[in-house]
Design a protein around this ligand. Sequence first.
Ligand SMILES: [Zn+2]
Length: 382
Amino acid sequence: MAGDRINLQDEIRNLLEELLDLEESSHLFVSLYLDTSVNAEGQRVHPIYLKQKASDLQHVIAAAKGEAGLREFRDNLLQIESFLAQSLEKTARGVAVFSSRGRGYFRALQLPVSVRNKIAASAAPNLDVLIEILQQNRHFCVVVFDQQSARIFSVYLTDIVRKRQLSNPALPARNLPGSSSKVRYERRTRDVVQHFLKDLAEEIENLMRTEKTQGLVLLGTQANIAELRKFLSAEIDKQLLLTQNPPAGTSDSQLLDSVLAEVQRRQQMLSRQTLEQLYDRLSHDYLSAAGLEATLFNLQQGKVHTLVLSSPFAQRGKKCPRCGSLFTLSSNECTYCRTPTVEVDLRNQMEKLAEHHGAKIEIIQEPSFLDHLDGVGVLLRF
Ligand SMILES: [Zn+2]
């Protein structure tokens, strides 16, 4: 089970890359993200959402693409519904499905976490939610410890995938009277504790390296945390997400719930900070740009550190089939090589370019100033 979960992260990344690499075709592509977790009554309610949204979308497609488009959409929907009815696992709390019958493409990914409901039908897959899941750092290591024992958890998405215990068997008994022996006792205890923390640090490093976790949460007293950190390598210490001192006797599942809530809160804060940083930089005309044209230009130059996208952004644009450069809809010819451009879904093309250059992608859920700047902006490397 543990192995499966860890591979899921690679699986998501591979699927994302595969979808980003698909060339656009004239066939319809249906992307569906469903929250398949059960409600308080133990029921899955996703069929209700799917029915409602699919029927809303049918009207739009019928109006825009006519009878043929509608038939294509229904074909895809049938394929998706039959997958959900036959193959959805009981434990899946979320599912992502990408279907294009016209081009013989179908992929489904069952997830141990619930996802934001979303359905989209267009010429290219919609990758928002997939990117969100990857961005949120949800594979990390949690250590609950004192000077005598430690519990180490490897947490993936919302579940504990591995748990190890470490205890310090060598803590000396305090049985020698007298002041000189008291000094010796204290020195010996300190040595033993240092030794234990050093072992613990090694154990943490091993686990984080082998499982490729991307964050560390340390739960203990401030003094113990400070001591332990002296033994952690700079590379691992850099990944420290959070420290807390939970009351003794807190159960593992309570610990995990509170850690997950805090990590999520911090991630939302980071996404807000990116937005604030973008605003701040834009207002100082420093290593930043906003608006579609400027964003495309900088992406092309490989200068982008973080691509910031407003969640509703869904513009179409043009791409040069020769050199791959991206333009707004009004450019009929590539400004670099003079080749006539073709129409594309800009969002996926931008995300693909950002991935290609190793840039971060931040998707902003709430309305913001960015919505007045075409919904896109960038923090630049240089
Ligand atoms: Zn070109």
